[in-house]
Design a protein around this ligand. Structure first.
Ligand SMILES: Cc1cc2nc3c(=O)[nH]c(=O)nc-3n(C[C@H](O)[C@H](O)[C@H](O)COP(=O)(O)OP(=O)(O)OC[C@H]3O[C@@H](n4cnc5c(N)ncnc54)[C@H](O)[C@@H]3O)c2cc1C
Length: 472
């Protein structure tokens, strides 16, 4: 047994340490890829003290430390690329306190996102960031990637909903930061840092009052352009639905076949629109948005009449990635943003790039945020299709940058996009970020090999794609 494993067992007890190859293998992948190395151990701490002790031991042994939520990330951020010790938060998964009056909750990082709103519903409150993975992804992981979701259009992404953190430094010291405190906004720095700056052990989040009224509509189009036009017109008129999601023909068919939620299979595109607030406010918003959508070319505008219908439309939207399994053995989900007004151009470019590479593409995305998610379908057993997907994915990113967008809307950089970072940041921008990372973690033990380019070229990424599961 390796010395570090013995030290971890000594400090945390045998029940909290996994080290056999067959046990640690499940910690060596995420939703994007499986890693090149197995971790020496995966630990399951019960509390912050366990985390601090384990980090102290890793530091003594010079072993990398990779925090892990549910492993649903789509950029390889939770993959222990250089081995080391994985800290799984599966056991630190409780709601610690709910302050109804101040509308705040304190939670442990392993809490699954959807569980928080389930627990606060009876109090008339909810937690807003709702990644489509919310039933399985953890709030700690959401903090790691600064996750977004359909409702982030009006409520903001994770960083806009996190008030404070407890975290362990790479020296094993337990610290707290809070947005209410004066000085630097360390909470903002740590959210989205993908486990490279600190290991988060507690999170204080904002809760919001459940709206009096929520309505969901389906606008149906005969072209993706007309649907995109509606999106920029709606927001351009100063209207802010709580969600504004788009799906194209390929995606609608897959979703409808899987969920039977009532999406029209002959449509070229649909917009799923949600408005929420006071009864009068939602009446006004519905009238205004429906008029704009029709003016921009919506063929029909249909309201979900019952809660069951609303839930079905949402369940199908949030299950879209899974539904794609009906069409192809593998998909690669790209994540990039463009200014909303450039959506029609961006979608035309995505279509053209996929066609050029002989790939089928399905689009489902947060249209209101200009956050594209083209899913490129492929079969990883066919090296040519893997190659085509890699090329098409890179070309899509470059097109989005050319349209004034950027390389990630919400999935993060991780391992997948680290070589693409210089496409949007200058050498001095990157140097400033590295300095910040080194201030928190001078020995680079926290999640090494992530976010920052290796200095090598993109071709390094390519062979790794052939080994992946659901996505390259
Ligand atoms: C079907 C599907 C749909 C998805 N939809 C969305 C979506 O709508 N929006 C979206 O943003 N993402 C989406 N994702 C991606 C993914 O779910 C998110 O990135 C999510 O935030 C990852 O959470 P996790 O618990 O799985 O974290 P992991 O994948 O385990 O980790 C993610 C990162 O956070 C770090 N981390 C985890 N815990 C901690 C901690 N305690 N302290 C410090 N760092 C930590 C990890 O080191 C890693 O860098 C989707 C994924 C799938 C599979």
């Amino acid at each position: 047994m390796r010395e570090i494993v013995a030290a971890l067992i000594d400090a945390l007890g045998p029940d909290a340490v996994r080290h056999q190859p067959e046990d640690v293998r499940v910690y060596a992948y995420d939703g994007y890829r499986s890693g090149d190395a197995l971790p020496a151990a995966a630990i399951l701490p019960n509390d912050t003290k366990d985390v601090a002790r384990a980090i102290g031991i890793c530091r003594e042994h010079g072993e990398p430390i990779v925090a892990r939520g549910s492993g649903t990330g789509l950029c390889g951020a939770a993959v222990p690329q250089h081995g080391g010790v994985v800290i799984s938060f599966a056991r630190m998964n409780r709601v610690l306190a709910i302050d109804t009056r101040r509308r705040r909750a304190r939670v442990q990082p392993g809490l699954l996102n959807a569980r928080l709103s389930e627990q606060t519903k009876a109090l008339g409150l909810f937690y807003a960031p709702d990644p489509s993975s919310q039933k399985i992804s953890s709030i700690g992981g959401n903090v790691g990637t600064n996750a977004g979701g359909p409702h982030c259009l009006s409520y903001g992404v994770t960083t806009n909903n996190v008030l404070g953190l407890e975290f362990v430094t790479n020296e094993g010291e337990v610290l707290r930061c809070h947005q209410d405190a004066p000085g630097y906004d360390l909470t903002g720095v740590i959210v989205g840092s993908e486990g490279t700056l600190a290991v988060v052990t507690e999170i204080e989040v904002k809760l919001r009052r459940l709206p009096e009224e929520t309505r969901v509509f389906l606008a149906v189009y005969d072209s993706v352009e007309a649907a995109s036009e509606s999106v920029s017109e709606i927001i351009g008129h100063g209207l802010l639905p709580t969600a504004l999601e788009m799906m194209d023909r390929v995606m609608i068919r897959a979703v409808e076949e899987a969920f039977h939620a009532g999406y029209p299979q002959d449509a070229a595109a649909v917009l799923l629109v949600e408005v929420a607030g006071s009864r009068e406010g939602t009446d006004d918003a519905e009238r205004a948005i429906a008029r704009i959508a029709k003016d921009a070319g919506a063929l029909t505008w249909r309201a979900a009449r019952t809660q069951a219908e609303r839930d079905a439309l949402w369940a199908a939207r949030k299950g879209a990635a899974g539904a794609i399994g009906r069409l192809a053995p593998n998909y690669y989900i790209q994540d990039a943003t463009v200014p909303r007004t450039r959506l029609p151009e961006a979608l035309r470019a995505v279509e053209a790039i996929a066609a050029e590479h002989g790939l089928i593409v399905a689009n489902v995305f947060h249209a209101g945020d200009g956050n594209l998610h083209p899913l490129l379908l492929f079969d990883r057993r066919d090296p040519r299709s893997v190659e085509a997907v890699v090329r098409a994915g890179t070309e899509i990113l470059k097109q989005c940058i050319g349209l004034g967008g950027t390389i990630s809307g919400e999935h993060g950089i991780g391992y997948e996009k680290r070589e693409a970072l210089p496409l949007v940041f200058s050498a001095s921008d990157l140097a400033a970020m590295v300095k910040l990372r080194d201030t928190f973690d001078p020995r680079q033990l926290f999640n090494p090999g992530k976010i920052f380019p290796s200095g090598a070229s993109c071709h390094e990424v390519q062979p790794s794609l052939a080994r992946t599961g659901g996505t390259p």
